[in-house]
Ligand binder design. Structure first.
Ligand code: HEM
Length: 352
């Protein structure tokens, strides 16, 4: 799988790879992005600010940045986050699983959700702040946790923040709501309903978001009929434990993190009576028509309706990305041996 801004660049890459593996490669298909937007996804936010720091590869994380993640969480055949080094056959070694989702974004619905505000919020939130509360970062990428009042502009898309840690003291989500997209998909150090099994550091993914389709003009009040969205790619060593768990247990789950554990490998049940559930991820969650998120403010908890799902999955697939050495061996007729357990579905296996 190779990506680039120009078809010519991709063809060039194909030629380079071909020289390494003789005739074992065939170009299966090319996906054109259409008219492009740069630097931001279609709802208007900078993407890609938070990536796992890979132990031994990336610089050591600074204060309040999530700890480095073992390389075996992303690449097969290496020590993982538990210290275990899985035995995999040589065609799997150095490979990685890629999750692909073609996510069509409903930009008008996002703008309507933001314009609707959060009824009952006290103080009332301006539209720009509502958008930031839904995502957990401002459009520039600056995190709410470090910039609670306003967007400081470009160059502040730091990853050096936690939620529960004393200097942030935001376990309740007064600054970054617990339903915010970035908090649902990476709760960092927040208290989760199942601290033993949630293990946020074992759910990390190396992500690439590639926008497709033309931008909807800022003053548009109706959809223009063009499809636009995000080619979502995540590289992991275990699709079930990482991507599917995040999608099922956290992102789509209205009861995370305020809910209760109802059994091993079960989605969390509703929270104690009287406490509204945090609600699903308003950006990327699948939910019912009457779904609600709950904004916590010092003035109280304000539940508000989600107008509609903002994304629609129009295509998706799981891929295995072998190493170049494995492709060379495949080209010479080798057959696979000793599959990784991830390929057969891990402990949290389910469809996302
Ligand atoms: C069209 C749909 C989506 C949009 C518009 C979107 C947008 C964003 C944005 C703006 C950020 C903040 C930038 C950053 O922290 O890197 C972000 C972060 C992230 N997103 Fe998404 N996203 C989408 C779908 C998904 C899905 C389906 C998943 C996983 C199931 C996901 C996982 C993540 C993760 C893990 C982070 C980093 C959070 C952190 O470490 O703090 N996203 N996304």
């Amino acid at each position: 799988m190779c990506g680039g801004d120009y078809v010519g660049m991709i063809r060039q890459t194909e030629i380079i790879i071909r020289t390494k593996i003789d005739d074992g490669l065939r170009l299966a298909f090319v996906i054109n992005r259409g008219a492009r937007i740069r630097g931001r996804e279609h709802f208007g936010f900078k993407d890609g600010s938070s990536q796992p720091s890979v132990d031994g590869v990336d610089p050591t994380p600074g204060p309040n940045e999530p700890a480095a993640v073992a390389i075996g969480e992303f690449v097969l055949g290496y020590q993982d986050g538990t210290g275990n080094t899985p035995v995999v056959g040589d065609l799997w070694m150095d490979g990685s699983f890629a999750v692909y989702r073609r996510l069509v974004q409903n930009v008008i619905a996002f703008r309507e959700q933001v314009a609707a505000g959060i009824p009952g919020s006290d103080p009332a939130l301006p539209a720009g702040t509502v958008g930031a509360k839904l995502v957990g970062r401002w459009p520039s990428g600056a995190p709410l946790e470090l910039n609670p009042a306003a967007d400081p502009g470009e160059g502040h898309d730091s990853n050096a923040f936690m939620y529960k840690e004393a200097s942030f003291n935001d376990d309740e989500g007064l600054t970054t709501p617990r339903f915010a997209h970035i908090r649902k998909v990476n709760p960092r150090d927040e208290t989760t309903p199942d601290p033993v099994n949630d293990q946020p550091q074992r759910r990390r993914m190396i992500r690439r978001g590639i926008p497709f389709g033309p931008a909807l003009p800022a003053d548009a009040t109706a959809d223009d009929g063009h499809e636009r969205g995000l080619h979502f790619l995540a590289f992991v060593a275990d699709v079930a434990r990482q991507f599917e768990f995040v999608q099922r247990q956290w992102l789509n789950n209205a009861n995370f993190p305020s809910g209760q554990v109802i059994g091993p490998n079960q989605p969390y049940g509703p929270p104690q009576s009287g406490t509204p559930a945090d609600g699903p991820d308003p950006i990327a969650g699948e939910h019912d028509a009457n779904a609600q998120d709950a904004l916590h403010q010092p003035s109280g908890v304000h539940a508000f309706g989600l107008i509609s799902e903002l994304i629609n999955v129009s295509a998706g697939e799981y891929f295995f990305c072998p190493s170049i050495r494995a492709i060379q061996r495949l080209a010479s007729g080798a057959t696979a041996s000793v599959a990784p357990s991830a390929a057969q579905g891990g402990q949290d296996s389910t469809t996302g």
